[in-house]
Design a binder for this molecule. Structure first.
Ligand code: UDP
Length: 326
């Protein structure tokens, strides 16, 4: 049975959907529903039924019950806070949840002899890039607590592999975008801080202004460059990572991105094109903790996992907009 932590959240739910559709393995989703949604679980259950446990990684007793109650052999771990700026202002929240919560999870895995985990890591582990595209051997010097917690977990995973034979795949996501192409689930963060949903919200509502953070970066149009990977392509990467782990029993890490960088202004223009709406734009100062440019070298995932991004930025914007309108 596969345990998915954070399966009611944005990325977790899209991976659960793919597992429900493509795998015949049983699933248990564990989520505290603080940022995830019960309505997402209900939608997913209409595809194929699965177990859902509401609990918190910070309570080892919740985890003990979970591992005692279900015959888990692999874990996909999404449950985490994800806002860079918030992590700068409130690092305690990130260290106690993303770090201590994950250590609790790993310890229960060791106690219950569960040997495989796919871990949601991030491009934020690299910090300010020394070169782009960034490959997996780029120095890892995160510049905010969010990225630091993810790097610390990666290092703990190395130690747990050596000591306890716990094998892990760390997927270092770049910027994730889009929604289920059948429009059953999508991105619903409260508050929403991500670029594409924020631009689209302003496209949908003429009273809303889209706030662009920083147009004085050293890039082609002065705005930050990011690599937007489609959510369904990202879900495929998790399925392949789990298969790879089952087949090879080897730990590894992979960048998950497209190798194409887009500036914030380019994304803004692409959203205008997809929505055919006028969008109010306000230029603001830079946001704390934002690196100038993040683009993935994805050759390793392509050659070893046999992963290939299939969807474009426009595809992601289209599905994200369909979801927002729903
Ligand atoms: N951004 C922006 N306005 C927003 C949200 C994001 O200008 O309302 C910019 C942000 O400063 C960054 C890029 O868009 O340069 C991507 O930000 P996002 O929060 O989507 O992802 P991150 O790269 O922080 O993980």
């Amino acid at each position: 049975m596969i345990l998915v932590t954070g399966g009611a959240g944005y990325i977790g739910s899209h991976v659960v959907l793919r597992l429900l559709e493509e795998s015949d393995k049983d699933l248990v989703v564990f989520d505290n529903l603080e940022t995830g949604h019960m309505s997402t679980i209900e939608t997913l259950r209409s595809v194929r039924n699965f177990d859902f446990v509401r609990g918190n990684l910070k309570n080892p007793s919740d985890l003990e019950k979970l591992f005692k109650g279900f015959d888990v052999d692999s874990v996909i771990h999404f449950a985490a806070y994800i806002r860079v700026e918030e992590s700068v202002k409130n690092p305690r929240k990130y260290y106690s949840n993303n770090l201590v919560g994950t250590i609790n999870l790993l310890n229960k895995m060791v106690d219950h002899d569960v040997k495989r985990i796919v871990f949601s890591s991030t491009a934020a582990v690299y910090g300010e890039p020394k070169y782009v595209p960034i490959d997996e051997s780029h120095p890892r010097q995160p510049i905010n607590p969010y990225g630091k917690t993810k790097l610390m977990v990666e290092e703990i995973l190395d130690d747990y592999d050596r000591a306890y034979d716990l094998k892990s795949i760390r997927l270092r996501y770049f910027n994730v975008a889009g929604a289920d192409s059948e429009n059953r689930i999508g991105e619903s963060h409260i508050p929403e801080t991500h670029l594409i949903p924020n631009i689209l919200a302003s496209a949908k509502d003429p009273n809303k202004v889209f706030n662009l953070f920083g147009d004085d970066y050293d890039t082609k149009d002065g705005t930050c460059v990011r690599d937007y990977v489609n959510i369904e392509d990202l879900a495929s990467a998790h399925i392949l990572a789990l298969k790879y782990l089952e087949k090879t029993n080897q730990s590894d890490c992979f960048n998950i991105g497209t190798k194409n960088g887009s500036t914030v202004k380019e994304v803004f223009d692409a959203c205008k094109k997809v929505t055919n709406e006028k969008i109010n734009l306000k230029i603001n100062p830079r946001r704390d903790g934002d690196p100038q440019s993040l683009v993935a070298d994805n050759e390793k995932a392509k050659s070893i996992l046999n992963w290939q991004p299939e969807n474009t930025l426009l595809d992601s914007i289209k599905t994200a907009y369909a979801w927002l309108k729903k």
